[in-house]
Design a protein around this ligand. Structure first.
Ligand SMILES: [Zn+2]
Length: 162
């Protein structure tokens, strides 16, 4: 069900449900009213890729040697209100924000680019860095940045959220 707010913007109303139960007349009876409030939330996800080399410090394995990845950055934003056109966040602009976030790291040796000249360039640290870079840009649109995932390969990645 859709409602129109005072400013003319559509919004989703929390779901309200109720339940009445009782026992047979003549015996102890009761009426129970249960209200269930659920807040509908929309989420949108976009993805960009970038190519970088890195090596891990203090790592007892082959990832301690210089190697490269085609990283995939996935970001998810969430919110309750859609525009009149039924859009939470324009995916093209969301993707542009993500491309700008990774631009300084594309075709670079990560270990030489701040903050990863000091911070170990693990997928976890990359995800946290991109989350903190993107969060204010998403929040200024009145939305929540739900999660950022950085994939080092098609099957291995790390996520960060706050
Ligand atoms: Zn690696």
């Amino acid at each position: 069900m859709r409602f129109i707010a005072a400013d003319g913007q559509p919004f989703a109303m929390p779901t309200l449900g109720w339940y009445i139960g009782g026992q047979a007349a003549g015996r102890q009876s009761c009426i129970c009213l249960v209200m269930m409030l659920a807040t509908p939330t929309y989420e949108v996800t976009t993805e960009v890729t970038f190519d970088s080399a890195h090596f891990l410090h203090d790592y007892p394995g082959k990832c301690a040697r210089l190697h490269g990845h085609t990283y995939r950055l996935q970001a998810t934003a969430g919110g309750q209100r859609l525009s009149r056109e039924g859009i939470l966040l324009d995916l093209a602009s969301f993707k542009t924000l993500c491309q700008q976030a990774v631009a300084d790291f594309d075709h670079q040796p990560l270990n030489e680019v701040p903050p990863f000249d000091e911070l170990n360039p693990t997928a976890e640290n990359l995800a946290a860095h991109f989350f903190r870079a993107l969060r204010p840009l998403i929040e200024e649109k009145g939305l929540k940045l739900v999660k950022v995932t950085v994939w080092e390969s098609p099957t291995s990645g790390a996520s960060y959220s706050e």
